[in-house]
Design a protein around this ligand. Structure first.
Ligand SMILES: Cc1cc2nc3c(=O)[nH]c(=O)nc-3n(C[C@H](O)[C@H](O)[C@H](O)COP(=O)(O)O)c2cc1C
Length: 127
C-alpha cells in the first residue's frame, strides 16, 4: 500500500539510490520478527486511563538500545510498514498499544551488502 498509494514523489526519489521497494525478502527469512509497541496510555484496575509521559522519546531510546544490543553478533534494521495497525490485531495487543517499529533479527546473509550512505549527523558544541 505504501509503495502503490502512500509514497510521495520526493520520498520515492530519496529511496531510489537504495533500490528499495515493496519486496522485503528478509521478512520471510529472518528467524525472528520482533515488534516494539508504544503504550500510549496506561489502564488502571478500574479501567480508567492513566497518563504515560514521554512515550515517543522513551520508546525511541529503547529501540536504539535494542538495535545496539542485537548488533553484538546478530543483525537487525528498523522496518515500519505503512499502515502498521494490523500488527496490533495480529498479535492480540490491546488498543492502548501502537505498533512502533518491527525488527527482523538474525545473522546477516553471507553475501549481504550494506550501502555506503552519507550521514546527516550534526553535532554542535557550545562552550
Ligand atoms: C525509523 C526507521 C524506519 C524505517 N523503516 C523502513 C521500512 O519500513 N522499510 C524499509 O525498507 N526501510 C526502512 N528503514 C530503513 C532501513 O531499516 C535501514 O535503516 C536502512 O536500510 C539503512 O541501514 P542502517 O540504518 O543500518 O545503516 C527505516 C529506518 C528507520 C531509521
Amino acid at each position: 500500500m505504501f509503495y502503490e498509494d502512500r509514497v510521495t514523489e520526493a520520498w520515492e526519489e530519496a529511496l531510489a539510490p537504495l533500490g528499495t521497494g515493496w519486496r522485503k525478502p528478509y521478512l520471510e527469512t529472518a528467524p525472528w520478527l520482533v515488534v516494539c509497541f508504544a503504550e500510549q496510555y496506561g489502564v488502571d484496575e478500574d479501567g480508567e486511563k492513566t497518563k504515560n509521559y514521554y512515550v515517543q522519546e522513551s520508546v525511541g531510546i529503547a529501540c536504539g538500545f535494542f538495535i545496539t544490543a542485537n548488533h553484538v553478533g546478530l543483525a537487525t534494521l528498523p522496518h515500519t510498514p505503512a499502515p502498521m495497525g494490523f500488527l496490533r490485531d495480529l498479535l492480540g495487543r490491546p488498543s492502548n498499544e501502537r505498533p512502533y517499529i518491527l525488527f527482523p533479527v538474525g545473522y546477516p546473509a553471507a553475501d549481504a551488502t550494506v550501502p555506503d550512505l552519507e550521514r546527516n549527523e550534526i553535532v554542535q558544541w557550545n562552550r
